[in-house]
Design a protein around this ligand. Structure first.
Ligand code: DON
Length: 583
């Protein structure tokens, strides 16, 4: 308080009237920012959006400025990213949203995950010898690798139930961008340059490359007329166009022509599921996140529960002791994930037990300060980073207190690489999130159990989960990230950095992250952790490996409301992202 008063006096004496104003409205609460912080969030007066695409963030902020709420804006952003960030933004994939509806004072988990087509079966990806298929076969890049998409239903669901605009209105920016074109950014040009496999599918080649097959260059105009048609059909005829009408017919015709499994019945039976968020607490704050079939929320809370038993702040952020304890908590939690997670509509998922504080205490009791626990012996396998994987997360908050966090995906960068002829729709390859056999790790090296075998209509276990932090019942931080298996550890470290170490959301996003998923038994470190610390971690028995792609450690997109102002931060780990305030 005294410090703030002194800053105010200093600002006045320096003639900094703007600064004076900012500090003057803040006399009873925490300061807006500290000059000791390095990464300063964007500040907005009336709302905030953080996403992986700067243009889409700008458009979304504009929607809120013109009276749309965060739910309208969140749905519009989901459709816009399908145009501007085609590697991950999508209409042919699925995901999970966490929305806070201010007028109901209610937080809802919206499950719009894909499900396995009715004709899917447990052995569908094994070859005739019962062997695991190679990574580039039908398992990954084929019509068969697509599960039934949920994105259109999910985005329409929130705007129709909790928004103030029509579905056609929230689709308008996406239609415009697809029809009139977008200027190719460095990020998009680089994406398309390294994703030459897209040329294997004729409709994909036509969509993403020039008529002569060459790459689009930075600054050129990139139009997606087929996608504009698809989005316009949805605007005119509602979600039925996608799930029962003109678009459904094209999807099914393409599936039939290429051994895909998705039928008209599959599409017509797609349902968005509203679920009760999984909830927990950490140091007096409330946490809400996505429950099964995502593992994301359950295990963020489980890890925080374990970590609450240790004086991490005293150990110091980034210290070998704190990193060691954090890694051990990750290991214990990912081990449970492999065994217990599945689609709760098909198998029993013991969520309450997994997030129980007493259970966490027993797990914490297993952690030694001096020695890393070796991971259990299991069938060997490597964490297969086949290529740059992609998903995307965005967070939106408005001045009424509505919030949207959405993590949605095509699974891999550009999904299956299959574009449905005549629609511009790039299809997911999320069938790859099922467990082929309990001893076979998935694309992210994660093991699963019988609970996650391929089965008709089942939703594959996910790691995706936006996370909402509240204090005294009032939501204040929404965060989330892509990153496959690292989604859980990255989200957890974000919450830990803010709540345990007191960092602002900028510093909390930027400081180096670690990751241990129990199998393989390796502690992944980002650059920026000091050699002395690494030496101490090795002495405790950690098998250290270095994460080669910073993007692989997630990319947090966070918004925060504090004392009537809005803060946003886009993780710098992936280019092209931006937080934009609403003024
Ligand atoms: O649901 C999941 O957990 C995965 N399909 C997410 C994939 C992902 O995050 C890839 N992005 N980096």
């Amino acid at each position: 308080m005294l410090r703030k008063f002194m800053i105010l006096l200093a600002a006045i004496s320096m003639g900094m009237t703007n600064v004076t104003l900012v500090f003057a409205q803040e006399t009873t609460s925490e300061p807006l920012f500290e000059y000791s912080e390095i990464n300063h969030p964007v500040i907005g007066q009336k709302g905030m959006v953080a996403s992986h695409n700067a243009l889409s963030s700008e458009i979304t902020a504009e929607i809120m400025k013109n009276g749309g709420n965060a739910i309208d804006a969140g749905a519009a952003l989901g459709f816009a990213l399908a145009v501007t960030l085609p590697r991950a933004g999508n209409v042919g994939g699925g995901g999970f949203m966490l929305i806070h509806v201010a007028k109901l004072n209610k937080t809802i988990a919206v499950d719009f995950r894909e499900f396995a087509p009715a004709a899917a079966h447990q052995d569908m990806f094994f070859d005739e010898n019962g062997e695991v298929p190679a990574m580039d076969t039908s398992y990954r890049f084929s019509h068969k690798s697509s599960a039934v998409p949920g994105s259109v239903a999910g985005l329409a669901h929130i705007v129709e139930k909790y928004g103030t605009m029509t579905l056609a209105q929230v689709l308008e920016p996406a239609i415009r961008l697809a029809r009139d074109g977008i200027i190719v950014t460095y990020d998009l040009a680089a994406d398309l340059e390294r994703s030459q496999r897209l040329k294997n599918n004729p409709a994909s080649l036509k969509k993403f490359y020039k008529p002569d097959g060459s790459n689009y260059k930075v600054g050129e105009l990139f139009k997606q007329p087929d996608l504009a048609w698809t989005l316009s059909e949805i605007a005119q005829h509602g979600v039925d166009a996608f799930y029962k009408g003109s678009i459904a017919k094209k999807i099914v015709a393409d599936m039939e022509a290429h051994n895909g499994l998705i039928t008209m019945e599959d599409l017509a039976s797609y349902k968005v599921i509203e679920r009760e968020p999984v909830r927990g607490t950490f140091r007096g704050y409330d946490i809400a996140a996505i429950p099964a079939p995502s593992s994301g929320g359950t295990h963020v809370i489980q890890m925080l529960n374990i970590l609450e038993n240790f004086p991490l702040k005293e150990m110091g952020p980034g210290s070998a002791d704190a990193l060691h304890i954090t890694a051990e908590a990750m290991k214990l939690s990912y081990a449970d994930r492999s065994k217990y997670l599945g689609d709760p509509d098909f198998v029993h998922v013991p969520t309450d037990a997994l997030v129980n504080k007493e259970y966490a205490k027993t797990l914490a009791g297993k952690i030694s300060m001096d020695k890393a626990m070796p991971s259990a012996e299991i069938a060997p396998g490597n964490l297969a980073i086949y290529e740059s994987d992609e998903t995307t997360h965005y967070s939106v908050v408005d001045s009424e207190g509505n919030m949207v966090g959405n993590t949605y995906t095509l699974m891999f960068s550009f999904g299956s690489g299959v574009v449905i002829e005549g629609t511009g729709i790039l299809m997911n390859n999320n069938m790859g999130n099922f467990t082929l056999r309990p001893d076979i790790p998935d694309a992210f090296g994660l093991l699963g159990s019988e609970n996650n075998l391929i089965s008709p209509l089942r939703r594959p276990v996910s790691s995706m989960s936006p996370v909402l932090v509240a204090k005294d019942g009032k939501p204040f931080l929404m965060t989330g990230t892509p990153g496959g298996s690292k989604i859980i550890s990255a989200n957890m470290q974000m919450v830990l950095n803010v709540l345990e170490y007191g960092m602002n959301i900028g510093d909390a996003s930027v400081v180096p992250r670690i990751h241990h998923q129990w199998f393989p038994d390796e502690l992944l470190l980002e650059g920026g952790i000091s050699p002395d610390t690494i030496k101490l971690l090795r002495q405790k028995g950690h098998k250290i490996n270095f994460n080669k792609f910073s993007s692989g450690m997630g990319s947090l997109q966070s918004v925060m409301e504090k004392d009537g102002l809005y803060y946003g931060y886009s993780d710098p780990r992936r280019p092209g992202a931006r937080a934009v305030g609403v003024e």
